[in-house]
Design a protein around this ligand. Structure first.
Ligand code: SF4
Length: 343
């Protein structure tokens, strides 16, 4: 048996000893497309920063944010986190958005809005169950090269006073990390007693120095090592449309099966509303089955729901309900169109 197969056999065994054989989809909700830091070398938002003259124009409308929260609730998606917008929206507005999203989703949410101060965390506490630090690269030298204006220190500090909140981090594979850096990652998880980690495979963006994402086996290697070392940690793994739908002979076509057998609890980052019911969405659900797991979300079947009644039952004001109804209608129409094309 090859080393990689043996590794996945071990990680899958550890997973099944600690979790039900289930997988969910994690949906991240963006508040805006603008980032005030805007200098991380791999990031799409960094390539856009100079093009966005008015940061306020790059924000999502609240009804559109709430539409995604409602869809997530009804399609069995977990809210991966609420993100984007830190330092471009007045702070009370961010808190209000977190409150509304948690009301619509029906539970407290995870937040990924940069390194928040203690008093800021307290303001979010009624609506937020966990905080995420976007670490991106764990090797300090690599990190400082890739994210020169987003130091790790303030995130570590935030973890130190985040009592009562769950804690998570994100890391991107493919930025130039070495396998020996895994020890640094393991130490970070241990030091901050993390409850969760989200892995992403680098998505090379035009205008950045990167042209390739990582090989799926390399990506799965990191997840498998993490699963074996931390049997109970919640592990989320990102994938993209391109990685799912590559040509037959490409190295990412089995990615979903690899990352699940490596020990991921959930899949994220796939553009689930744009691709709802598409061939790519169907492939993900089939790959989940092939990996021996049950998908407890859906990317393909629209539940038979009276959406107007759902919106009516929300604990938000009537003006917002009316706006949400309009945005939701457009989302559902587009999702149905893509589903019909994928049928
Ligand atoms: S990685 Fe995060 S902080 Fe860095 S430019 Fe992108 S959005 Fe901003």
């Amino acid at each position: 048996m090859k080393d990689f197969d043996r590794l996945l056999e071990n990680s899958n065994k550890v997973f099944l000893e600690n979790f039900k054989p289930e997988v969910w989809f994690g949906r991240c909700i963006f508040i805006s497309w603008y980032c005030d830091v805007g200098t991380c070398k791999f990031c799409f938002r960094a390539t856009q920063k100079d093009r966005i003259k008015f940061a306020s124009h790059a924000r999502r409308s609240v009804p559109s944010i709430l539409t995604e929260a409602l869809l997530a609730k009804k399609l069995g998606w977990e809210l991966e986190f609420l993100t984007g917008g830190y330092r471009i929206l007045p702070f009370p507005e961010l808190v209000k958005i977190a409150e509304l999203v948690s009301k619509v989703y029906g539970e407290k949410v995870w937040l990924n809005l940069g390194a928040l101060k203690k008093e800021e965390l307290e303001a979010f506490r009624p609506y937020v169950k966990g905080i995420v630090s976007s670490i991106e690269a764990i090797n300090p030298e690599l990190h400082d090269r890739i994210c020169p204006n987003k130091p790790i220190g303030p995130y570590e500090e935030m973890f130190s006073y985040a009592e009562g909140f769950k804690k998570s981090m994100t890391i991107v594979i493919g930025l130039g990390e070495k396998r020996e850096d895994f020890e640094l990652l393991a130490k970070f998880i241990e030091k901050h007693k993390l409850d969760r980690i989200t892995f992403y495979a680098l998505k090379p963006v035009k205008g950045s120095p990167y042209t390739h994402g990582p090989d799926s086996k390399d990506y799965a290697w990191w997840i498998a090592q993490t699963r074996i070392r931390f049997p109970k940690l919640q592990i989320i793994a990102g994938t993209t449309y391109k990685r799912v739908m590559c040509e037959d002979d490409c190295d990412t076509k089995d990615e979903i099966q690899f990352i699940l057998r490596a020990g991921a609890n959930a899949v994220t980052k796939f553009p689930a509303t744009k691709q709802f019911g598409s061939i790519a969405a169907k492939k993900i659900e089939q790959d989940v089955k092939n990996a021996g797991r049950k998908f407890i979300s859906t990317l393909t079947k629209m539940p038979d729901i009276d959406w107007c009644a759902e919106v009516d039952s929300l604990d938000i004001d009537d003006v917002l309900k009316e706006k949400l109804r309009h945005v939701l209608k457009d989302y559902l129409k587009n999702m149905e169109k893509v589903s019909n094309e994928g049928a």
